[in-house]
Design a protein around this ligand. Structure first.
Ligand SMILES: [Mg+2]
Length: 262
C-alpha cells in the first residue's frame, strides 16, 4: 500500500513558524485518505507535545501518527523482545515507554534491552557503568540507541548528545547498537509498519538530502526533497538524486496528481 512519511522540521515548520501551504497539503492528504505519518528525531518532547505544536500551527493530526525514536524503540521492543527493558533516557521521554516491562538500572536479573537516550547532565561514571554491567549479563541484551546524534548546540555552547555514550558502551561491551532514528533503515521500516504501507510504494518527504532522501532511498522508499528548511542548491550537485523536487510542501498535491493521473 502507498504511504507518505513526512519529516517535520523544515517541511511543515521552521522553529515556531509554519511553512505556507503545509496545512492545506495536510488537509488534502487526509481527504485523499493516503496513509501517512510524521517522522522526527526529536527525543526531548513526547509526541503529545509535538501534536500540540502542530495544532498550534494549524496542522491537526493525532499524536499516534508521529513517530519519534522513543516510540519506535518501544514498538520494536514490544514486537521483538520478551524480557524487561532498562531505560537510560531523560525523564521527559520515560512516559513513552510505560507500556513496557521495565527493569531497574541496577537490576541483578538479565534484561532484554537497554535503551540509551540523551541523558545530558545525568550521565556520570556510575550511570554509564550501570548500563555497561547490564550489557555484560548473559544472555546479552540488545543495545538500543535513540538516534546517533553526536552533539548539539545549547545556548551555552556545544554539548554531547547520545552517540558518544552509545559508542563508549559498544566499545566496552562489543555489542553493536540498534539505532532507531533517522537515518537508520529500521526507523523507516517501523514507520511503514505503523501505517501499513510498503517501502516500494511509499514516499519520504524531507528537507535533508542525507538524513531524509538518501536514507529513505536506502531503506527502499522513494524520496522527495523540499526546497525549504535546511535545503541548499548544492544538495543537488552530489550523488543523491531525489525522486522528486518540490519548492515547498505546498506543491505536493499538484506533484502527486501529475504522478498518478486519475
Ligand atoms: Mg527536517
Amino acid at each position: 500500500m502507498t504511504g507518505i512519511l513526512f519529516d517535520l522540521d523544515g517541511v511543515f515548520y521552521i522553529g515556531d513558524r509554519a511553512i505556507a501551504g503545509g496545512a492545506s497539503t495536510l488537509a488534502w492528504v487526509q481527504k485523499q485518505d493516503i496513509s501517512h505519518c510524521f517522522l522526527t528525531n526529536t527525543t526531548s518532547k513526547p509526541r503529545q507535545a509535538l501534536a500540540d505544536k502542530l495544532t498550534d500551527l494549524g496542522l491537526t493530526t493525532e499524536p499516534e501518527r508521529i513517530l519519534t525514536p522513543p516510540v519506535a524503540a518501544c514498538r520494536w521492543i514490544q514486537t521483538k523482545l520478551d524480557g524487561p527493558t532498562a531505560l537510560f533516557v531523560p525523564s521527559a521521554t520515560e512516559a513513552e515507554f510505560n507500556h513496557l516491562k521495565l527493569a531497574d538500572r541496577d537490576s541483578q536479573q538479565p534484561v532484554a534491552a537497554i535503551v540509551i537516550g540523551d541523558l545530558g547532565e545525568a550521565w556520570d561514571f556510575h550511570t554509564l557503568n550501570q548500563a555497561f554491567r547490564l550489557l555484560m549479563r548473559q544472555p546479552a541484551p540488545r543495545l538500543i540507541a535513540l538516534g546517533m546524534t553526536r552533539y548539539w548546540r545549547a545556548p551555552d555552547g556545544l554539548r554531547l548528545d547520545v552517540a558518544p555514550f552509545v559508542m563508549a558502551l559498544q566499545q566496552a561491551s562489543g555489542i553493536k547498537p540498534l539505532i532507531l532514528g533517522k537515518p537508520a533503515a529500521a526507523f523507516y521500516h517501523s514507520a511503514l509498519e505503523m501505517i501499513g504501507a510498503t517501502a516500494g510504494e511509499s514516499f519520504m518527504i524531507g528537507d535533508d538530502i542525507q538524513g531524509d532522501v538518501a536514507a529513505a532511498q536506502a531503506a527502499g522508499l522513494h524520496a522527495l526533497l523540499v526546497k525549504t528548511g535546511k535545503f541548499q542548491p548544492s544538495d543537488l550537485e552530489g550523488e543523491i538524486t531525489p525522486d522528486g523536487l518540490l519548492d515547498s510542501i505546498a506543491d505536493l498535491p499538484g506533484w502527486w496528481q501529475e504522478r498518478t493521473p486519475p
